[in-house]
Design a protein around this ligand. Structure first.
Ligand SMILES: Nc1ncnc2c1ncn2[C@@H]1O[C@H](COP(=O)(O)OP(=O)(O)OP(=O)(O)O)[C@@H](O)[C@H]1O
Ligand SMILES: [Mg+2]
Length: 281
């Protein structure tokens, strides 16, 4: 069974007495544990699609099926990193992450929730900023808190909308590696069901890979991270191409960029991207 099935999804927005079509006839499937990236230029409907996958917006036509059931609203099996990070301004970084954990399927005693929030903030390099409020953090830091929150919730599906867009190059590289490590199930402490009667972690189960839908503007990032790349055309957004990324994992950036296959794939994506501009470029 597919983890995610997007079936002829269209989204129109009402604008006074007009209707604007943001997405048209989008169909694709995602296997359990697959990492797919969506790329396309600004305004082509990537965030709109993610909000439909998250159950925050119902499509105007078509449907999304997750684990065999139509999506009718948000669910605890999906964690989202929004493009504009969406933190609660009245909560510290730690409490923002802890809030996510409390509302996930992870059952932990209160103290462990705080510890888990701390550990994930450390993973994204914010060990000295746990008690700060969003208003006291830079854009890139806020984005890292949102990433820590989504990762700490350990959902089966991760929906990530340009999660590293506001992060500097060094942290971006570190976060890409962290995400891949957690996705591959190598996170040292991703989940451990807790026996709440004696506060003991239960033996760690064999983990399944997360299913990730990852929006990015960055072609190199998409190739590095994904199993498959879906390219959107300009508004109304439609799928122009689906490409398999054939490289074995774990991938080494340095080795990858030297292969002829990498250059070929990158050129193919760039050519598609430029086509959208028309004949001028
Ligand atoms: N709530 C809304 N009401 C009306 N139009 C909207 C709404 N949200 C998005 N749109 C329009 O839908 C189109 C797609 O927007 P969306 O945010 O999905 O694009 P995007 O691909 O995520 O762009 P970016 O790369 O800039 O984030 C845009 O033209 C936008 O103006
Ligand atoms: Mg967007």
């Amino acid at each position: 069974m597919y983890k995610i099935e997007v079936d002829k999804v269209g989204v129109s927005y009402d604008e006074g007495n007009k209707r604007f079509t943001a997405l048209s006839d989008i169909s694709f499937t995602v296997e359990p544990g697959q990492f797919i990236s969506i790329i396309g230029s600004s305004g082509c409907g990537k965030s709109t699609l993610l909000s439909v996958l998250g159950g925050l917006r119902m499509p105007s036509s078509g449907k999304v099926i997750i684990d065999g059931a139509p999506v009718t609203g948000p669910g605890k099996n999906r964690g989202t990193v929004f493009q504009h990070y969406s933190l609660f301004p009245w909560m510290s970084a730690r409490n923002n992450v802890a809030f996510g954990i409390k509302h996930s399927t992870i059952k932990l005693p209160r103290k462990e929730i705080g510890n888990r929030a701390d550990r994930f903030l450390e993973k994204v390099g914010l060990e000295n900023f746990k008690d700060k409020y969003p208003g006291q953090l830079s854009g890139g830091m806020k984005q890292r808190v949102a990433i820590a929150r989504a990762l700490a919730m350990d959902t089966e599906i991760l929906l990530m909308d340009e999660p590293f867009g506001a992060v500097d190059a060094k942290n971006r590289t570190l976060l890409q590696e962290l995400l891949l490590k957690l996705w591959e199930g190598n996170g040292d402490d991703i989940i451990f069901p807790f026996d709440l009667t004696n506060n003991e972690p239960i033996a760690q189960p064999v983990r399944e890979r997360k299913t990730v839908v990852f929006v990015t503007h960055d072609i190199d990032e998409a190739i590095l991270m994904s199993d498959r790349i879906i390219m959107f055309t300009n508004s109304p957004g439609r799928i122009s191409k689906e490409l398999e990324v054939p490289f074995k994992r774990p991938r080494s950036r340095a080795a990858l960029v030297q292969t002829a296959e990498y250059t070929r794939l990158r050129n193919e994506l760039l050519t598609l991207f430029y086509k959208d501009f028309g004949s001028d470029i």
